[in-house]
Write a protein that binds this ligand. Structure first.
Ligand SMILES: Cc1cc2nc3c(=O)[nH]c(=O)nc-3n(C[C@H](O)[C@H](O)[C@H](O)COP(=O)(O)O)c2cc1C
Length: 413
């Protein structure tokens, strides 16, 4: 098997972008430079994340498309903010301009974000609505002319069809789908309705990372639900990354990040992760490592970087997507030497993960490090020849592969 490595095309950027002092003031030119870098380095694609505020993802994708040639744009979309027919029109346009390089990340967000955008379904109903939305989108992208009649989504037949004419319309009607099976839907959902929705609709199921065995367990549960419907999904995960030539250098950098992170950031992140009814003062973790870290944070300090290592090379230290002191979530980070991280990626792969959406900050600098140090150690399935920045690393890998037995794993040091 081989893996796909994606990077992250989303502001903000900086050395420690979760802290006001570590965040850069960047704009459109920086995003263009980032997109061009991702493309040039040979990443499979990049995730464009969505939320309330910040740049709008389809605008970022369209605006940076012209500086790229082969990367895919995995744009996160909350269903319902655009009509599915309008989204299909945008997707057709983007695919025709890019040679079919759009992927969509179907995310259902949370109550606060949906309500602020004007979509007022509750959590479970959001998934019922979303099923119809994505079905209507798919049909519309593939050129179905008769509209869609659902409980939540109703699309009338195409106007020219309704008027009895099949001629093109102003604006260049009649765009043909570039991806013959439609735009691939990637997406997430961990709750029961989220999993039910995913197994019915998605091509690629995504989850924030955990330890490889725990992530594999989740993938197997989702795969079993999909099998009940006769469907097979592919799987992907999301991780931050600190890769260096040696373990020591990687952990020194992780420590530097901790040294430049405030206790307040840890406390804010803990509060977001607490189970309902618990407070920072009352919560007791069943995990002794988490409890020790909590006690240190309660005393007003941050533990050492290594104290957040929950599995070889898997770290719950600070990241832009949270400081997951209570357990791995969106901020989970791979930390280590290139050899050991490659071993960990192969371990995730053995647990079913095929796509890895990575980020490290600053985004352009760390994208180079990953391409330079890690790409030569992995079997990549990007649909094109991935450029190797440093040919001597590839030669060293081939030499090691000849010397070692097929089952041998790099040592964890
Ligand atoms: C890889 C990944 C990327 C995500 N990206 C976004 C995003 O850009 N915007 C967003 O609102 N939610 C994002 N989410 C969160 C999902 O929308 C959703 O809230 C989460 O999967 C919880 O699902 P649940 O409702 O089943 O508990 C992402 C989730 C994953 C695993």
């Amino acid at each position: 098997m081989a893996v796909k490595i994606l990077w992250y095309l989303t502001a903000p950027d900086g050395t420690v972008p979760w802290e006001p002092d570590g965040r850069w003031d960047t704009g459109f030119d920086h995003l263009q430079q980032l997109a061009a870098t991702i493309d040039k380095l040979g990443y499979y694609g990049a995730l464009l994340a969505t939320g309330f505020g910040g740049n709008e993802v389809l605008t970022v994708a369209s605006a940076t498309l012209s500086v790229t040639k082969r990367m895919k744009f995995l744009a996160a979309i909350h269903p319902g903010l655009l009509s599915p027919a309008k989204l299909a029109q945008i997707a057709l346009t983007f695919d025709n301009f890019s040679g079919g390089r759009l992927l969509l990340n179907a995310v259902n967000g949370n109550d606060a974000t949906s309500h602020a955008f004007g979509v007022h379904y509750g959590h479970d109903e959001r998934y019922d609505f979303s099923r119809e939305y994505w079905q209507a989108f798919k049909e519309s992208y593939l050129g179905q002319e008769h509209g869609y009649q659902g409980k939540f989504v109703q699309l009338a037949p195409r106007p020219q069809l309704a008027a009895g004419s099949r001629r093109g319309v102003a604006g260049g009607g009649g765009l043909k789908p570039v991806q013959p099976n439609g735009v691939e839907l990637w997406g997430a959902g961990t709750s029961a309705p989220g999993v039910a929705h995913s197994v019915e609709l998605l091509d690629v199921y995504l989850s924030f990372a955990n330890t490889p065995p725990k992530l594999g367990e989740k993938f197997r549960r989702v795969a079993a639900e999909a099998a009940k419907l006769g469907r097979t999904l592919r799987f992907g995960t999301r991780l931050q990354i600190i890769v260096r030539e040696t373990e020591q250098e990687a952990w020194d950098y992780a420590q530097w990040l901790v040294d430049n992170t405030s206790v307040e950031y840890a406390i804010e992140s803990i509060k977001r992760q607490l189970p309902p009814g618990e407070t920072l003062e009352t919560y007791q973790s069943p995990d002794p490592q988490v409890q020790r870290n909590l006690d240190v944070i309660r005393s007003g300090r941050l533990p050492a970087a290594k104290d957040f290592e929950i599995y070889p090379n898997i770290w719950t230290g600070p990241a832009l997507h949270g400081f997951n002191v209570l357990g791995p979530l969106a901020g989970t980070t791979l930390v280590g030497s290139a050899e050991n991280i490659a071993t960990r990626i192969r371990e995730f792969e053995a647990e079913g993960a095929e796509a890895f959406i990575l980020s490290g900050w600053p985004l352009i600098e760390e994208a180079h490090r990953v391409a330079d140090l890690l790409f030569p150690l992995l079997d990549l399935d990007h649909g094109f020849d991935v450029p190797i920045l440093n040919k001597s690393r590839l030669a060293a890998r081939k030499a090691t592969a000849v010397e070692s037995t097929p089952t041998q794993k790099a040592a964890y040091v």
